[in-house]
Design a protein around this ligand. Structure first.
Ligand SMILES: Cc1cc2nc3c(=O)[nH]c(=O)nc-3n(C[C@H](O)[C@H](O)[C@H](O)COP(=O)(O)OP(=O)(O)OC[C@H]3O[C@@H](n4cnc5c(N)ncnc54)[C@H](O)[C@@H]3O)c2cc1C
Length: 428
C-alpha cells in the first residue's frame, strides 16, 4: 500500500490547484478517473475550431491569481473583452440583465413590468413579500411581469426544475440583483455591469488555465485513468482501480453524493438534485451575427437557454457556437433529436441563415448546476463536517455542492492549503 500525506481526488481546476498550492516538494498524489486533466475545463479542437465543454469565460477578481496564471501561459493570446450579451425576447434584443432594461420592451410590456415592480415592493402588494424560495424571491423583488417574462422561464430552462424548489440565494453573487432605483436610473444612464462585465479568454481555450496550474505540479504526482472506487475514512485508506493509498488527509473534488457513497456514508438521495447541461459546439463555414458574445433565450418554445459566439471574441470569420440545453438529472436526452431541434431553433432565431455546418461536438455535463436548497445546504454542512473530522475534505464546485467560478475553486484550494501550512502561498 502506498503512503501519502495528501491524496487528492480529481484533476480538474480544484484538485490541480490544491496540489499546486502545496508546492513541488509536497508529498501529494492526484487521482483522476479520466484519461485527461481539466474536469469541466477541458477544451475540444476540431477543424480549426476551439471549443470548451461549455461556454467558459473568466472573470478574475484577484489580479494576483490572474497574473500567476498568465505568467504560466507564455505565448498564449489571452483576450480581455468587454462583454456584449443580450436577451432574445419577442423578436427583439434586450440588453442583459432583463430587469434593468425593461424600458427596451414594447411600451405596453414596459408599463406592465414597471407597474408590477413598483407595487411588488409596496405594503399591501398583490403578491405577499416573502422570500422563502428562489421563485418567491423573484416575484417579491421584481413583481409578476419581470418574473414571468424572463426570470422564471429562463432559469427554469436552465435549472430544469420548478424554481420554488431552490433556495432564495441559490445563485449567490451570480444573480444580478437590482432595486427600483437601479432600474429607473438605468433607463437614462445605462449601467448593465454584472459580475462578468468583462471577461478574459485564451485563444487555446479554458484548458490553457488548467495547463498553467498543472505546470506547477510534479508530473509524477498525477495519476490519470485511476478512479477512486472506495474510501475507508476510519482507516484513511482509498482503493482505486490500480491500488491502495494510505493517506493522512484526503481532498475530494468529486461530486459530494459520490464521495458519500465512496465513503459508505448514508444519506437521503432526494436531498441532492441537479441539472444536466447538454452542450452542442457547432462550427460553420461563414460568419453569423457579429454583435453578441452570448444571447439568452427565455422562450419555452426554443430548446436552448443560451447560445455563445466564440468567433466574436476573436473576430474570426467562421461562426463558432456553443449551445446549452438544461435537463433534469433523471432525463436521458436523445442527442440526435435535440441536435435537430437546436438547428431548427437557430434558424428560427436567424442565428443560422446561409451558413453550412462543418464541424461539431456535443457533451453532456452531469452534474452541471446543482440545486441549492435549504436541505442540501444543511445536509452538506453536517456530512462534510463529519468527513472533515475524519480527514476527508470535500471542496470545489461539486465537492462543495455549490455555484462558483474557477477563480473561486482556486481561492478555496489556496485557503485550504494555507490553513494547513500557515503560509501565504499563491499556488506554489
Ligand atoms: C455549463 C457551465 C458553464 C460554466 N461556465 C463557467 C465560466 O464561464 N467561468 C467560470 O469561471 N466557471 C464556469 N463554470 C464552472 C467551472 O466549470 C467549475 O467551477 C470548475 O470547472 C470546477 O472544477 P472542479 O475541479 O471543482 O470540478 P470538475 O471540473 O468537475 O473536476 C472534478 C474531477 O474529479 C474527477 N473525479 C470524479 N470522481 C472521481 C473519482 N471517483 N476518482 C477520481 N477522479 C474523479 C472528474 O473526472 C473530474 O476531472 C461553468 C460550469 C458549467 C457547468
Amino acid at each position: 500500500m502506498r503512503q501519502v500525506e495528501t491524496l487528492v481526488i480529481g484533476a480538474g481546476i480544484t484538485g490541480l490547484a490544491t496540489a499546486a498550492a502545496l508546492g513541488p516538494e509536497a508529498d501529494v498524489v492526484v487521482l483522476e478517473a479520466d484519461a485527461e486533466v481539466g474536469g469541466y475545463c477541458k477544451t475540444v479542437k476540431k477543424e480549426g475550431f476551439v471549443w470548451d465543454y461549455s461556454g467558459h469565460f473568466f472573470h478574475f477578481k484577484n489580479p494576483d491569481i490572474e497574473a500567476w496564471l498568465k505568467a504560466r501561459m507564455p505565448g498564449q493570446d489571452v483576450r480581455s473583452v468587454a462583454k456584449r450579451s443580450f436577451i432574445s425576447y419577442a423578436g427583439r434584443q434586450i440588453d442583459f440583465p432583463f430587469q434593468k432594461n425593461i424600458h427596451q420592451l414594447p411600451q405596453a410590456e414596459f408599463i406592465e413590468c414597471l407597474y408590477d415592480l413598483y407595487f411588488a415592493r409596496t405594503p399591501g402588494a398583490e403578491i405577499p413579500i416573502q422570500e422563502s424560495n428562489f421563485k418567491q424571491m423573484l416575484y417579491a423583488r421584481f413583481g409578476r411581469a419581470i418574473a414571468e417574462k424572463f426570470l422564471i422561464p429562463y432559469n427554469e430552462k436552465l435549472y430544469a426544475t420548478d424554481l420554488a424548489n431552490l433556495d432564495k440565494d441559490a445563485m449567490g453573487r451570480f444573480f444580478p440583483h437590482a432595486d427600483l432605483t437601479d432600474i429607473v436610473r438605468n433607463m437614462k444612464q445605462a449601467d448593465n455591469a454584472t459580475y462578468n462585465a468583462t471577461f478574459t479568454y485564451p485563444a487555446g481555450g479554458a484548458i490553457e488555465y488548467v495547463k498553467a496550474i498543472q505546470s506547477a505540479i510534479r508530473p509524477d504526482a498525477l495519476r490519470l485513468s485511476e478512479p477512486v472506487m472506495k474510501i475507508d475514512p476510519g482507516a484513511r485508506v482509498a482503493i482505486t482501480s490500480k491500488g491502495e493509498y494510505h493517506y493522512q488527509r484526503l481532498v475530494s473534488s468529486a461530486p459530494f453524493p459520490l464521495l458519500l457513497r465512496l465513503c459508505g456514508v448514508a444519506y437521503d438521495p432526494a436531498v441532492f438534485t441537479w441539472n444536466k447541461v447538454l452542450v452542442f459546439n457547432l462550427g460553420f463555414d461563414s460568419k453569423g451575427p457579429r454583435d453578441a458574445h452570448w444571447i439568452y433565450y427565455p422562450s419555452r418554445s426554443l430548446p436552448f437557454y443560451r447560445v455563445g459566439f466564440y468567433d466574436n471574441i476573436f473576430d474570426s470569420e467562421r461562426m463558432s457556437l456553443y449551445v446549452e440545453l438544461g435537463f433534469p438529472s433523471d432525463a436521458t436526452p436523445d442527442i440526435e433529436a435535440e441536435r435537430e431541434r437546436v438547428l431548427a431553433g437557430l434558424r428560427s432565431e436567424q442565428v443560422l441563415t446561409s451558413q453550412t455546418l462543418v464541424a461539431e461536438h456535443s457533451v453532456l455535463m452531469n452534474p452541471a448546476y446543482v440545486h441549492i436548497t435549504q436541505a442540501s445546504l444543511a445536509t452538506h454542512s453536517r456530512l462534510s463536517g463529519q468527513l472533515r473530522d475524519a480527514g476527508v475534505i470535500s471542496i470545489g464546485r461539486y465537492g462543495g455542492w455549490t455555484y462558483c467560478s474557477i477563480e473561486d475553486n482556486i481561492l478555496e484550494a489556496r485557503a485550504l492549503v494555507r490553513s494547513w501550512t500557515g503560509k501565504e502561498t499563491l499556488l506554489g
